[in-house]
Design a protein around this ligand. Structure first.
Ligand SMILES: [Zn+2]
Length: 501
């Protein structure tokens, strides 16, 4: 067997921090680090070390202005280096910056730095992180709005629906994947995606667009005859063209059995994230009582796990185009809170060579045609690798070299190919063990050509960027804990307390 190319986070560290009961959280002043520590949400030593030092806020903005809508955008697994690389790539390739960085210069924009630890790990996974926003409670990695003592706090989309708000989920992953699940579902394990699919159907999301049709079988869909189901880009376009001419009921668009295609190899087969976001907004904004919409660029994370710099920057730029579509929709509106952030860093990429070649490296990065996933598929990762190699007349080194060249335009050197082939056969252990994965070794080989290196194939504990604008954004302090964004959304919308599930 060859070295694994798994995208899953590595093993969890032991329980570190006591979990907070939701009622206790709501009983303390919103966002106050001292209050959170008193309620046991943050280990006291951590709190001392990270004292944000601000008084607790109120759950409403100055003047009582409340938000009709909330749009919560997540670039999953986006280290700050990823955001930087996307901005640099956009300027090198297109001579213009990204919408995200442009947003920082706008009047009224609030920025914050956010810590991301979960209840049982300094390095969170996506389901615990999304649940922190979904229900305002720290839970263990792997769980979805499900506390270690078995409580099931009400996720924000359920609470919003109880308050007569419309709801939406847009993602490039499976709709049943961790981040969308954290806004709608309760489950002891993120891997129970059949159950998460059932909850998405039962809890009646108004607009759901993404991948993951394998978890929405006909037997499940038959329970919701009111649901309009879209399965192809052509059906998506036809639905969009008809929107507004006829009253629209709830819609479920699933364009792949599993995740949507990477942007660099999408070839217009799937709708883009920007198009899905625009359609969701067009439909949700017909609801007079407002909406809560989560939009996720979910495969930034997958490419970062693979140390695949080209695919990762492509995903981040696609996310940024979706942000551009959201900002266009928000123009001349003052009734919508927009939060743009990530759930955790991942692999901490960075441009780290000097000189004029840095520009050349970024140009190469922008020309990537295929992801590492494609390279590994071609190498027969899903078959027995040795059989796949034997089936071709090329030497293993030539075959690997030509596939990497087809995907990236880069001809690896002999030593680099040797290192990668060694990793494919588990013959190239790295001193930092996680970097022994064959995808990380390929990422390191290509770092010589892009100038972009990675520190690991895993999530990181780094603090992350939060950018927000609109009513309620004034509640966000300069340094926050991820669970605070739940209270910010509830406060901005002035939602009534949730009825128990
Ligand atoms: Zn994540």
């Amino acid at each position: 067997m060859i070295a694994g190319n798994t995208m899953e986070p590595s093993k969890h560290v032991p329980h570190l921090v006591p979990t907070l009961d939701r009622r206790s959280f709501l009983g303390v002043s919103l966002g106050s680090a001292a209050g959170l520590a008193a309620a046991g949400a943050i280990a006291p030593s951590l709190t001392r070390a990270m004292q944000p030092g601000r008084p607790g806020g109120t759950p409403r903005g100055p003047g009582g202005k409340k938000a009709l809508n909330v749009i919560f955008m997540v670039s999953d697994g986006m280290s700050f280096g990823t955001l930087s690389l996307a901005e640099i790539a956009s300027r090198v390739r297109d001579a213009k910056g990204t919408h995200w960085v442009e947003l920082w210069g706008r009047e009224g924009v609030k920025r914050s730095v956010m810590r991301t630890a979960s209840a049982d790990s300094l390095v969170t996974d996506s389901s615990a992180a999304s649940s922190s926003w979904g229900c305002g409670v720290h839970i263990n990695n792997d769980a979805v709005n499900f506390t270690p003592d078995g409580k099931t706090p009400v996720p924000i989309l359920v609470q919003a629906a109880q308050n007569a708000k419309a709801t939406g989920l847009v993602t490039t992953t499976r709709l049943t994947h961790a981040t969308p699940a954290g806004f709608i579902a309760n489950c002891p394990s993120r891997n129970s995606e059949e159950e998460i699919g059932r909850q998405i159907i039962a809890r009646k999301v108004d607009v759901a667009l993404g991948g993951g049709s394998k978890y929405f079988p006909d037997s499940l869909l038959s329970k919701r005859p009111d649901l309009r189901v879209l399965r192809t880009h052509a059906e998506f376009d036809a639905y969009r063209a008809a929107l507004g001419r006829a009253p629209s009921g709830p819609v479920l668009g699933m364009f792949q059995k599993s995740h949507c295609l990477y942007e660099c190899e999408r070839d217009n087969i799937d709708p883009s994230l920007a198009d899905m976001a625009s359609l969701a907004l067009a439909q949700l904004s017909t609801h007079a009582n407002g909406f809560v919409l989560q939009i996720e660029g979910g495969r930034v994370d997958h490419a970062a796990h693979a140390n695949d710099a080209g695919a990762m920057v492509g995903e981040q730029l696609a996310f940024d185009r979706a942000l551009g579509a959201v900002l266009s929709w928000m123009e001349n509106r003052d009734d919508t809170l927009l939060i743009v952030t990530t759930d955790h860093g991942n692999a901490n990429p960075g441009l780290t060579l000097y000189g004029p070649d840095t520009y050349k490296g970024i140009e190469r990065l922008c020309q990537v045609r295929h992801s590492f996933e494609w390279i590994f598929d071609q190498l027969g990762m899903k078959l027995q690798y040795d059989d796949a190699v034997a089936a071709t007349k090329l030497s293993e080194e030539d075959r690997v070299g030509s596939l990497v060249r087809a995907a990236t335009g880069i001809q690896l050197g002999r030593d680099e190919i040797g290192a990668f082939v060694g990793a494919l056969h588990n013959r190239n252990p790295q001193l930092f063990e996680p970097m022994s994965r064959s995808s990380s070794v390929l990422g390191s080989c290509l770092a010589n050509h892009y100038g972009v290196g990675f520190i690991s194939p895993n999530h990181t504990a780094d603090f992350v960027e939060v950018t927000a604008i609109g009513p309620g954004s004034e509640l966000i302090a300069p340094f926050i804990d991820n669970i605070e964004l739940h209270g910010v959304m509830i406060g901005a919308l002035d939602l009534r307390p949730a009825a128990p599930l």
